[in-house]
Design a protein around this ligand. Structure first.
Ligand code: NAD
Length: 302
């Protein structure tokens, strides 16, 4: 049965590495990476994401700022706030938690972030840099970067491999496909992207040495679509019900499933990521890495 790719453990290991680097830079240069998260309104999911990001930033030794704004903040005021952080020398990463309230133009807000502090990597300048590849890349978007890191650290060879990506979103499908076809480690692949308009999705998936699934449809990928020995990366996070909490059996928590039938797929694949505990924990880890990268670019450290 398949080797489990444990994102929780790999993510922990990378956070340790980041903590070490931050301490070293602090000693040598007297500065630490600074991350600000801007949260508008009180969406519970957004609040818990932001709390986790801030907690992780604190843990690795960053300066962390949580800037919470009321849901009725005007677009103009939000843009002015971003401009303030664009010019704040102690801040190296600016993150605006999405979604934003309806009266605010999300695109306008994301485009206002200084591309050199855009640690989410969503600014068109960074999307362009990613497309060009190589040394041009400043901030690879966090979820795709996490996927690539999982593949590399699991020792899965991608050079010349058939990589099939299910999904074409701007935050997962398109960027990971683009990253896998660049030159270099954890890339150099032959890439196919399949989506809702694809004919014969099964035939494409069956060819995949590495199958990356980011559709948001539970059970979309059938076990018989998986090539024996393939590496299966399941990005999907679907709430399919509730289950009693491990810590407190009287409390119910979300029951999460991926886009792949995990049990059956484990019998066929060579490597597989679980949901939860696979790709999920890597996203925040990569946000930390991008914020550290931002400071390193500024200091001219390779
Ligand atoms: P999205 O809805 O923006 O995009 C989904 C893509 O999948 C679309 O391009 C669509 O064409 C394709 N698709 C949907 N149904 C399909 C089908 N039946 N057949 C073929 N293709 C189909 O979603 P997203 O933002 O890319 O996220 C995808 C999944 O990954 C979601 O479950 C999301 O929760 C999860 N996700 C997880 C993380 C993480 O773990 N950190 C981060 C981002 C997204």
């Amino acid at each position: 049965s398949a080797k489990l790719i444990k994102g929780t453990e790999i993510g922990e290991q990378i956070l340790e590495e980041i903590t070490g680097e931050v301490a070293e830079i602090k000693k040598k240069h007297g500065v630490v990476p600074g991350l600000v998260t801007i949260l508008v309104g009180e969406n519970p999911a957004s609040m818990s994401y932001v709390t986790l990001k801030i907690k992780t930033a604190h843990r690795v030794g960053f300066k962390e700022v949580q800037d919470s704004q009321p849901a009725d903040i005007s677009e103009k005021d939000l843009l002015a706030l971003i401009e303030k952080y664009n010019h704040d020398d102690s801040i190296h990463g600016i993150l605006v938690q999405l979604p934003l309230p309806k009266h605010i133009d999300e695109k306008k807000v994301l485009n206002a972030i200084d591309p050199d502090k855009d640690v989410d990597g969503f600014h068109p300048v960074n999307v362009g840099r990613l497309m060009i590849g190589g040394n041009e890349v400043k901030f690879p978007p966090c979820t795709p970067a996490g996927i690539q890191e999982l593949i590399v650290r699991s020792g899965v060879e991608t050079r010349g491999a058939e990589v099939v990506v299910v999904g074409r979103s701007n935050i997962v499908g398109k960027p990971i496909a683009n990253m896998m076809l660049q030159k270099g480690k954890g890339a150099d692949a032959t890439v196919t992207i399949v989506h809702t308009q694809t004919r014969n999705m099964a035939e494409h998936c069956k060819r995949a040495d590495v199958l990356i699934v980011a559709a948001g449809v539970p059970g979309l990928v059938k076990p018989e679509w998986i090539k024996p020995g393939a590496c299966v990366i399941d990005v999907g996070v679907n709430r399919v019900g509730e289950k009693p909490s491990k810590n407190d059996p009287n409390k119910m928590v979300a029951l999460l499933k991926g886009d792949v039938d995990f049990e059956a797929a484990s019998e066929i694949a060579g490597f597989i990521t679980p949901v939860p505990g696979g790709v999920g924990p890597m996203t925040i880890t990569m946000l930390m890495r991008n914020t550290l990268r931002s400071l390193k670019f500024k200091l001219g450290i390779k």
